[in-house]
Design a protein around this ligand. Structure first.
Ligand code: GLN
Ligand code: ZN
Length: 767
């Protein structure tokens, strides 16, 4: 029974790669330095996995920026505009220009598009294809890394190069021209894969991992055909292929591997444990002698493996297939978890004991293999730790559990339907047509960050800190009044991150010191860890919001992060159904909402930018997701009086196919990103007759460009043709924290001016 790994985190234990890359980009070190850091990280990673005793160790899972971009370079898919960028033999300038753009020496070339890697928070660079796309081996990275590893391990036996498979690669890219389908490129692409495989074989490689996560998706006929075409060809020339699927089950697509012979098939038994029996049945029925690689250690979460559970799966597989035809591995690459739990020294011992990061996960595979060999003691120890934790008082809060159990319709319905509430809110708030507002944050200047850091490091005391934040608030209120916005915000200066802020205040959630996970390129995030029953001990935002309200007669909009987003951007406990955890967080947010209301705040925004990201990969699972996600939002938002206006905000994604669920959230006002799609989204909302108020973003905050009054007015006019005028809000499309003050002031002035003109020109036409 071979133990192997699909990919190891490449940022370095102390984010060495981040620092080395950023120093290189800022001309603070040279390429040799950067390469040296890369080599050290790879060496360390290989050593860790080798020392632990893995039988196959991934190679080419390292990347200076993104493994999809590496693949793009390997296959020579360089968009034309980057071809002429000054480049050396190493191609690094080209590589980083594609990732980050090139704005030097009079050049102004944009970065390639970036998007989320399936349903994770990792972002990849989107390959671009032309109709006449040519493929050829361009980058030698994979071969160099194989050679490097060969030297270190003194043999090729354990080396398993990792590549994104051809169908997933095409799937992840986009057509840059019209009138062709990217899947039609498959016959040009396959020969290059074959060439790569030949080269690897020449180096003495006998295992090649081809990642095809698309097998877990709903595939079109075209994609299925391309898959079969590609793998029939590939498997003909090589018997060394480990075909990996992950992020979801593949039973719907299993017949695609019927006529191809692969050495091993990897399946994700964390996301879909039920597929095991069906897959075994399929293999046996067709007499397919492929080895089955069981993805049983969770590469997307940070909890210790339940050995008892895993051993059952392994034994069952061995019973049906024989020990030689079973392998074990994490379900997916470990780049989605932090590296080493040992570095966390401030986490409570009992909680730490139940956690496992990448390095620990490698050792879990070894443990599992040893248990199979008969070391029962390890199994018992693991059982005890898990049992103890389950019953621990750190985890359990009976009051919270009871409240979740008692949730009923009353908890997720507003007292009255929207149009009754709308009338009361209009009377109470007395806002003009086209009310203007912002999404919450204002520029997080260096000064703001320095203050927060000083407080965190105890260089300034609480009172000094609070006074400083109050100054920022006073200033931002004054500015918003000058700009003449209608609904003001406090600016979010006390928050580093919209999820971290709440997770630090809630019981049952912890933050790590060094639990970094790559988000994109050199950017890393430190997801909070929801380890126990979640509850709210004290007010979390009320002080700041009320202070802001005391500075103005205009309404202040309270600002909270919603339960789905908190969940989505955290590591979540896996010992209870996800909806129970969601409802616990929702109840805590609901208390905060009610406290804000009690303290005189009449408008409260509950941000849910991540609601779309949480969607399962397969459509058939959407219903279950929306059911709990929408309910959670409604629990958090529905406790208030009719007069209190609930806003929500969404961004980062396509909403066209989910707007009926967005309507289900029943927020009084939703503000959202639309400006990049020139308000196409509105069509969906108007076709659907979206019942509540909407603030379609009227300009793109991701760019420093200042929108003109005229273009904003045009967008408002467009919106007013699609939606009832009484329902339209005017706002930027997301928070302003990444922008500079001078951009923000001018943009918002243009926005309020456009709204003023719209009131004169558009609002008179009776609505
Ligand atoms: N209120 C948050 C802000 O303005 C929303 C951030 C987001 O949408 N991601 O920053
Ligand atoms: Zn946003």
């Amino acid at each position: 029974m071979l133990k192997h790994n699909l990919g190891y985190p490449r940022i370095g234990i102390y984010r060495e790669l981040k620092n080395a890359c950023e120093d290189y980009w800022n001309n603070k070190n040279d390429l040799n330095n950067l390469f040296e850091v890369g080599r050290k990280i790879r060496k360390k990673n290989w050593e860790v996995q080798n020392k632990a005793g893995l039988d196959l160790i991934p190679c080419n899972d390292f990347s200076f920026y993104d493994h999809v971009l590496d693949m793009t370079l390997l296959l020579g898919v360089i968009p034309e505009e980057y071809m002429s960028i000054p480049n050396n033999n190493d191609n690094m300038n080209l590589y980083f220009s594609m990732a980050r753009g090139f704005q030097k020496h009079g050049w102004d070339i944009k970065a390639m598009e970036m998007t989320k890697w399936f349903n994770t928070n990792y972002h990849y660079i989107v390959p671009e294809f032309n109709k006449n796309q040519q493929f050829f081996i361009f980058s030698k990275k994979i071969f160099e890394e194989v050679n490097e590893m060969k030297v270190l391990l003194k043999s090729t036996e354990k080396i398993k190069p990792v590549l994104i498979g051809p169908i997933s690669f095409l799937f992840l890219g986009k057509e840059k021209e019209k009138y062709f389908h990217k899947m039609d490129l498959i016959d040009k692409l396959v020969p290059i894969y074959i060439q790569i495989i030949h080269e690897l074989q020449k180096l003495g490689i006998s295992w090649i991992q081809l990642d095809e996560p698309i097998l877990g998706l709903d595939l079109s006929d075209r994609e299925k055909e391309a898959f079969q075409y590609a793998y029939k060809k590939i498997s003909k020339i090589s018997s060394d292929i480990l075909l990996t699927s992950y992020f979801d089950g593949i039973i719907e697509n299993i017949s695609l591997i019927k006529d191809i012979s692969i050495k091993a098939l990897h399946i994700d038994l964390i996301e879909d444990p039920n597929q095991l029996s069906k897959i075994i049945h399929f293999l046996n029925k067709l007499n397919i002698t492929t080895t089955l690689s069981l993805g049983i250690v969770d590469g997307r979460n940070i909890w210790k493996n339940n050995y008892n559970h895993s051993i059952k799966i392994i034994k069952k597989s061995i019973d049906y297939l024989g020990e030689n035809r079973v392998m074990i591995a994490p379900n997916c690459s470990l780049i989605h978890v932090p590296i080493d739990i040992k570095l966390e020294n401030s986490i409570d011992h009992d909680i730490k004991n139940i956690m496992s990061f990448a390095k620990q996960k490698i050792y879990e595979l070894v443990d599992l293999a040893n248990i199979i060999k008969g070391e029962e003691k390890i199994l018992l120890e693991n059982k005890n730790i898990i049992e103890e934790y389950k019953n621990s008082s750190i985890l359990n809060n009976e009051v919270v559990k009871k409240r979740v159990a008692q949730i009923s319709g009353q908890n997720f319905n507003r007292k009255n339907i929207f149009h009754i509430r709308q009338k009361k809110q209009k009377d109470k708030l007395n806002l003009p047509y086209f009310p203007t507002t912002t999404i919450g944050s204002f520029p997080q200047t260096k000064e703001v960050r320095v203050i927060r850091n000083k407080f965190r490091k105890k260089i300034i005391n609480k009172e000094e800190y609070r006074n400083k934040i109050k100054e920022f608030i006073i200033n931002v209120i004054k500015k918003q009044e000058e700009i003449n916005l209608d609904v003001l915000v406090h600016g979010e200066f006390e928050r580093t991150d919209m999820v971290e802020y709440f997770s630090e205040k809630l019981q049952g959630i912890l933050s790590t010191k060094n639990g970094w996970v790559q988000s994109y390129g050199s950017r890393c995030v430190k997801p909070p860890i929801i380890y126990g029953d979640v509850s709210r001990k004290n007010d979390m935002t009320v002080d700041w919001i009320c202070f802001a309200q005391s500075q103005t007669v205009k309404p202040i909009k309270g600002m909270l992060t919603g339960p789905v987003t908190i969940l989505q951007w955290s590591f979540v406990r896996d010992d209870q159904p996800i909806h129970d955890t969601a409802y616990q967080i929702a109840l805590a947010i609901r208390e905060e909402v009610l406290s804000l209301e009690k303290n005189g705040i009449n408008i409260i925004q509950i941000d849910e930018p991540a609601i779309r990201e949480g969607l399962p990969l397969k459509k058939k699972n959407w219903k279950y997701y929306f059911n709990w996600a929408i309910k959670a939002f409604r629990i958090s938002s529905s406790g208030v009086k009719d007069e209190t206006q609930i806003h929500t905000h969404m961004c980062y994604s396509e909403f066209n196919d989910i707007f009926e669920h967005i309507a289900d959230m029943d927020a009084d006002v939703i503000t959202m990103e639309t400006s990049r799609s020139k308000m196409e989204l509105l069509k969906a909302f108007s076709d659907f007759c979206y019942p509540n108020e909407i603030g379609p973003g009227v300009y793109d905050i991701h760019s420093p460009r200042i929108p003109t009054v005229k273009e904003i007015f045009n967008l408002i006019e467009k919106a007013s043709k699609k939606l009832p005028i009484r329902n339209i809000w005017i706002n930027p499309d997301c928070g302003l924290k990444t922008r500079k003050w001078e951009e923000v002031l001018q943009s918002l002035k243009n926005m309020t001016e456009a709204a003023r003109i719209a009131r004169i020109k558009l609002a008179n036409q009776s609505h």
